[in-house]
Design a protein around this ligand. Sequence first.
Ligand code: ADP
Ligand code: MG
Length: 722
Amino acid sequence: MPSSTNDPQTNASSSSTGLSTPLADIGGISRRKLDRLGRLGMKTARDLMFFFPRDYEFPAPPKSVEELREGEPAALVGVITEAEVVSRNAGKSVFGALVENETGTVRILFFNQAFRAEQLTNGRRVMISGTAKLNGFRMEFTHPQVTILGDDDQASSPRILPIYSLTEGLKQIDLRGLIPPLVDQLADSLTEVMPGPLREAAAVRLGEMRIDVGDSLPDIATALRHLHAPPDERGMLAARTRLVFQELLVMQLALAMKRRTLTTELRAPPLPSPAMVDARITNRFPFELTGDQRRTIDEIRADMACQFPMNRMLQGDVGSGKTLVAIYAMMLAVANDHQAVLMAPTEVLARQHFQTLSETLAESRVQIGLLCGSLSAAERRETVAATASGEINLLVGTQALLYGDLEFKRLGLVVIDEQHKFGVAQRVKLRSGGVDPHYLVMSATPIPRSVAMTMFGDVELSTLREKPPGRGQVNTYLGRGEWKSRWWSFVRDRLDEGRQGFIVAPRVTASESADDESEDIASVESVFEELTKEELKDYRVGLLHGRMANDDKQAIMQQFARGDLQVLVSTTVIEVGINVPNATVMTILGAQRFGLAQLHQLRGRVSRGSHTGHVCLFTDGELPPEENERLKTLEETDDGFELAEADFRMRGPGDLLGRRQSGMPPMMIADLTRDVEILTLARMMAQEMIEEDPDLSDPSFAQLKQQIVRRYAKRLSLGDVA
Ligand code: ADP
Ligand code: MG
């Protein structure tokens, strides 16, 4: 094996160094660097060992001397000659030597590293790698990476170097000199959390997924050594895979334990749906279910027949037909003599759901109630009483459902529409009470698979990808300023044909915040004023935004739904749920201020009918190119899932669905955009392990369990497991 001499011995740690030794006591690290390391969150030896490289540098394979080019990284194999240390004043020194092979000679130089002389003696065969510089007629390498080769060593390629995330004042060379030797020294004192058989089983299954790590994932000591000082690419990948797998397995075990708690400790009323009941419900629908709707409904039927609560998320693009699935589930509860409640994020949406339910169930005895903020006290009292007595079978409402006095006679199902608009705490409240209801949340924000498996790991996921037949198409254009008047004339043509349109702007009023740029941001009030004077002065235009009184909002919405208004100028209050099939043109102003997912939801509003929809995005001012790229994806794809993946790749999970809300810790090494396969395996194996040994009581899992508890017990309230 080649042995490295890249570890400056000035940094050699004292023999009493342990994992929890403070960095200050390790020796060889200057005050200034300690300070900087502290800023990266590193206080102990252990912290440094778990400071993972963010990437690697793959040096070029060895060349001949004449192939070397000034300023280009390169490697060379040869024999040391003329090694000497030249001392200078104040303890400074230069070590220099020649490296010679059949193609020529180069010089290597090390400043103030006199110890090099002990290893780089005349006659040693070495591989050097670094950046060559021409000095006179000879190529020179200053502080190259040096690997000492035995006489028979095949010098296939130079070592792969870790690249660490830096902070100001720390250089790669500092961390490369510090971390790998420390890891090498201390790796054996780390506790292994994944027993051998588990690592072997994982390796076999990774192999089946074409991730080759050999017969076993490396043990923790090897993994850390190879991560910081890879012997070769394969070793580095195996090391990384092991650590990624471990991180994801620990998380998935915690989530599997959580899911298990839900199924063993909570009781829900079983609400079965034999074929007759199923037929009775589906016969009420005015159309055939799509394949995805059928499949999803069957998943829900299986869940609701159980005596523990369903905890399912139904995700599907705008217009994919989620409401129908929700209505099915609610009717299933009623068929079993239970109540169901549907909670929507806005009153507009709640009323729309109320309307849809009333139409679908017009000829049945099912009683439907509506509870939202704008009801009078008397109305509210009446609805609350009818809910408590069981007279109301289906209750639709907003957050107003959560306040105060609401009690159900026999609540069997809670449906939450547009889940991401609510916080977690609110979800909990509706499910408390004697027996837990089944729980269905719906989201039109498509969630990348990897995110769903982590942030919502204790939730089962159903997806509607297929759109109901006869849905309109949407064409999306990225408009430039000079197109605006042509676009308005296009909009007028559509209105003249009898269609309707939306105009969306990011702000309500022009001067909404103190920052100076706010004047340039399109606001619905200024847009409304401008358009009703000019481009759309001959049309019936309404204004809608979140600050209006509820009654006014209702009135405007109804006028638009009836067609009394042809155009609605609005903030994103129309984002969720509004269903006006005759609306086919949408203008979005200040488009760069919206996320892709949000823009996609918005444009869904004009693909509700059989007519082709048209959306034009205008931005405020000139955009940087990457911002243009981002908006361009909307022109290119109509698939919400593809968009979500793209947004995710460009911006990370970020606020996509509120990581804060989910309370999951950030990943240290796993990268959810590239480790989806490992994540999938970790989830499968975790599920199997917990099925076999629910408390992980096998002694070989003691360390693993400890880590789960340390990282997740509080976050997931896994009280008993701990
Ligand atoms: P989502 O809530 O997922 O955005 P909706 O449930 O509001 O979508 O459905 C969008 C439209 O598609 C509604 O007008 C609905 O009546 C219609 N729809 C739903 N399912 C079907 C189906 N299977 N066949 C035809 N139209 C359907
Ligand atoms: Mg909906």
